[in-house]
Design a binder for this molecule. Structure first.
Ligand code: PMP
Length: 390
């Protein structure tokens, strides 16, 4: 059943060969790394390791060139038509630091007393807490900003653009949204936000669960910031980036050359983006959504399981609503930690219990399975066999 291209891609992950009988099903937390990324990191550290931005000698210049090249590589990966001409890329340790950077370094200078910002309340807490902190920081300075909830449609499990359009006022100064939900796996259809808020409101997109999993195109999405975790996109732990469109409002230039960047992480990120482009994010998406559909179809055969999130068509080609490679479910009688331990004893690595969701509730005490291109239908079937025998 494994297609040749998939067999070839899977063979590039050394951890797969090193772990017979184990199935890693927690890629929404972090991804595994292909050999090309490990090679790039080792090559950098063993041939040109130096600090960036301040050198007179070859290794320092090579490191500076690596950092600059990778900024442009990130922009190109995100479909920026003129990389870095009207945009900037800032490296971070992951999506949390990226969102905090926008919230601390950019947002406060762009809000005035009486402004309103619209942010998600039911997504990852990394995409809520920094905005609330920015509001509180401004309040301490006497600048009062109102935080409104980005309207969520519980039926389709994505944002409600009509409700958003009704909420927008002339004082709406910023919108934060999430590309793919980290619990429900829903594509949040964020391309509809621009029309709802008008041409001038900056939109910041948390793309932690989409970069590396599906094509992310800043032109089609018409957003101003894209924040992602490199470590969820085949690169090393401690990597991530913020892409910022600098044509709407003043420039986003945090950091500059202050401090020492994570240069070996950046070398790995460059290799990861090359690897993903060669593998094809469209193909990766189709693979992951097919595995997710296989899992949800299997779980629906049992009355003991409740799959959370969108119950509409799960077909990858559904124009309305897509479930990406994340399936969160609950057993009607067995707690999620117990399920997690049972699955671990079968070599099945899943995420149990809380999911860092900002608004606690439905997803509490559930199990999340998140798939990536190195997973196989056989692994999903093994998981189903254990789950359906409980
Ligand atoms: N946003 C979303 C949607 C996420 O899924 C995650 C990671 N679980 C984050 C932000 C935080 O990413 P990081 O751990 O890389 O800071």
């Amino acid at each position: 059943e494994l297609l040749p291209w998939h067999r070839e891609l899977r063979a590039q992950f050394p951890i797969v060969a090193n772990s017979p009988g184990q199935a890693y099903l927690d890629s929404a937390a972090t991804s595994q790394k292909p050999q090309a990324v490990l090679d790039a990191v080792l090559r950098y550290l063993t041939t040109a390791n130096a600090n960036a931005g301040r050198g007179t000698y070859t290794w320092a210049n090579a490191t500076t060139a690596l950092v600059e090249r990778t900024r442009a590589r990130v922009a190109r990966f995100l479909g920026d038509p003129a990389p870095l001409e009207h945009s900037g890329v800032h490296f971070t340790s992951g999506a949390t630091e990226g969102l905090r950077t926008v919230a601390r370094d950019w947002l406060p200078g762009h809000l005035r007393d009486g402004d309103e910002i619209v942010v998600p309340f039911a997504d990852h807490q990394a995409n809520l807490l920094p905005w609330l902190e920015a509001r509180d920081l401004l309040a301490d300075r006497g600048v009062h900003v109102t935080v409104r909830e980005l309207p969520y449609d519980p039926a389709s499990h994505d944002y409600d653009p009509a409700a958003l359009a009704r909420l927008v006022t002339p004082r709406t100064a910023f919108v934060a949204a999430t590309h793919v939900h980290h619990v429900y796996g829903a594509d949040m259809n964020v391309h509809r936000i621009r029309a709802a808020v008008g041409p001038d409101v900056p939109i910041c997109l948390d793309a932690a669960q989409s970069v590396g999993h599906l094509p992310v195109d800043v032109g089609a999405l018409d957003v101003d910031f894209v924040v992602f975790s490199g470590h969820k996109a085949m690169a090393l732990p401690g990597t991530g980036a913020v892409w910022a469109r600098n044509t709407r409002g003043p420039r986003f230039r945090p950091g500059g050359w202050a401090g020492t960047p994570n240069t070996c992480g950046i070398a790995g990120l460059e290799a990861a983006l090359d690897w993903l482009d060669a593998a094809g994010t469209d193909r990766i998406r189709r693979w992951n959504t097919a595995l997710a559909a296989r899992l949800t179809d299997g779980l629906r055969r049992s009355a003991s399981y409740q799959v959370l999130g969108c119950q509409l068509s799960l077909a990858a080609d559904s124009a309305v609503q897509r479930r990406e490679g994340i399936v969160t479910f609950r057993h009607r009688a067995i707690g999620s930690n117990d399920l997690g331990f049972v699955l671990a004893s079968h070599g099945l690595m899943v995420r149990a219990d809380g999911h860092c969701q900002a608004r606690a509730g439905e997803a509490d005490s559930s199990v999340r399975v998140s798939l990536h291109v190195y997973n196989t239908p056989e692994e999903v079937d093994r998981l189903l066999a254990v789950l359906l025998a409980l």
